[in-house]
Design a protein around this ligand. Structure first.
Ligand code: PLP
Length: 400
């Protein structure tokens, strides 16, 4: 119970989830180490001002340039920019003709957007469990979820770790299914040297400020097939082809040039920031060995996986997680939980078809994400390591 009380004995208010900057520090304490710190630096501001001064802010030359530059991340695939990662998923499903009567197999342990996109096109999500010891869709569970109405698999590269595409792609091929990658958290992640977003019919990326790179808001679809890319371009812009011919029914899901200009700056910094995320993760991997001896589990990296650490997510005993988080907060370290309630238990998804999800339930109860973002100072990293080791020793006991 002590862990639930602040030093003064008063109950603490709940911590905000994903704040960029900490609230004012308590007296005699440094400000908390935040879980994420979105970057809007001088270069981003200059790019935005340049676009604003040009007077041309809607989808235009900046979007076209951003698409071309992003293609270098995905082996030259066609890239189609949209206004969010959710729109990238939604438009992809729409363009691939997935809709009412179709089922899409996906993990329940993800951000709700993954399943929302499926429901928005009128198809049915079918939830399958995670891999043992990891946070990606389990190929065996996905296989068991396939039925006569299955149209597609939709794995998620959760936290920046690639899903088991080396087994999911052949599975989709064997059953004649489409495969869409939710790469919203995984810019520049790789599997056996090949970038995510190049394995499936489409890869979908997000540029929300909590992701590895941002465009204020935005999304990108990476597409193997040029005709599909052309269809996506029509769908994002009222179904318009040349001139003012509306070939199909579309919407307005365009990215603005303002967003694209910011995204282009962020893209140039991505390699450096990814390297810093990996270096920060390595400091945690090494530094947390005392905590591991008290039962904490550090994130596993699959063979051949190039993890980009959108989150550094450990597992602690479910019944201790709240205390763990609270004790970390007392030591000036923010830990956050993604996702405490898996999608199949959200009110909007009651009664949705699903397989047994024991690993999903365990993950939802045990996960805790620690600060790993590229703006962490060496001092902050050291504080995170020290705090986690202290709390793990204090609570002693890992996930079962
Ligand atoms: C962020 C995210 C999305 C949605 O992206 P938005 O840009 O916020 O719409 C979808 N799936 C996953 C796994 C995400 O993390």
């Amino acid at each position: 119970m002590a862990g639930l009380l602040a030093p003064g004995g008063a109950a603490r208010p709940a911590l905000p989830d994903d704040v960029g900057e900490g609230r004012p520090a308590e007296v005699d304490r440094p400000s908390p180490v935040p879980v994420a710190r979105p970057v809007i630096g001088e270069a981003e501001i200059e790019a935005a001002v340049r676009v604003l001064r040009s007077g041309r802010v809607v989808q235009g030359p900046e979007v076209a340039a951003f698409e071309e530059e992003f293609a270098e991340l995905v082996d030259g695939r066609a890239c189609v920019a949209v206004n969010s990662g959710t729109s990238a998923l939604y438009l992809s499903l729409l363009a691939l003709g997935i809709g009412p009567g179709d089922e899409v197999v996906l993990p329940s342990f993800s951000f709700a957007a993954t399943a929302n996109a499926v429901r928005l096109v009128g198809a049915e999500p079918v939830f399958a469990d995670l891999e043992q010891g990891g946070f990606g869709l389990d190929p065996a569970a996905a296989a068991a979820a396939i039925g006569p109405r299955t149209a597609a698999l939709l794995p998620v590269h959760l936290y920046g770790h690639p899903a088991a595409l080396d087994r999911l792609v052949p599975l989709a091929d064997r059953h004649g299914l489409l495969l869409l990658e939710d790469a919203c958290q995984a810019h520049a992640a790789t599997l056996h040297g090949r970038p995510v977003g190049t394995f499936g019919a489409v890869g979908c990326f997000s540029f929300h400020p909590t992701k590895n790179m941002h465009a204020l808001e935005g999304g990108m679809v990476t597409v193997a097939d040029r005709q599909l890319a052309a269809r996506l371009r029509m769908l994002r812009n009222q179904g318009m082809a040349e001139g003012d011919r509306h070939e199909v029914v579309g919407g307005n899901l365009r990215m603005t040039d303002l967003s694209a200009a910011v995204g282009r700056v962020q893209l140039t910094a991505l390699a450096g920031r990814t390297a810093r995320r990996r270096a920060n993760a390595a400091v945690l991997d090494t530094g947390l060995s005392p905590a591991r001896s008290h039962g904490l589990l550090c994130p596993a990296v699959a063979d051949g996986a190039g993890h980009v650490y959108n989150r550094y997510t450990v597992r602690v005993a479910a019944e201790q997680r709240a205390d763990f988080q609270e004790e970390l907060a007392r030591r000036g370290v923010r830990g956050s939980v993604h996702y405490a309630v898996p999608i199949h238990r959200q009110p909007a998804y009651q009664g949705q078809r699903r397989l047994p999800l024991p690993r999903t339930e365990a993950a939802a109860a045990q996960v805790l994400s620690l600060p790993v973002h590229p703006e962490l100072s060496a001092g902050e990293s050291a504080r995170v390591v020290a705090a986690v080791n202290e709390v793990a020793a204090l609570l002693d006991g890992g996930p079962r």
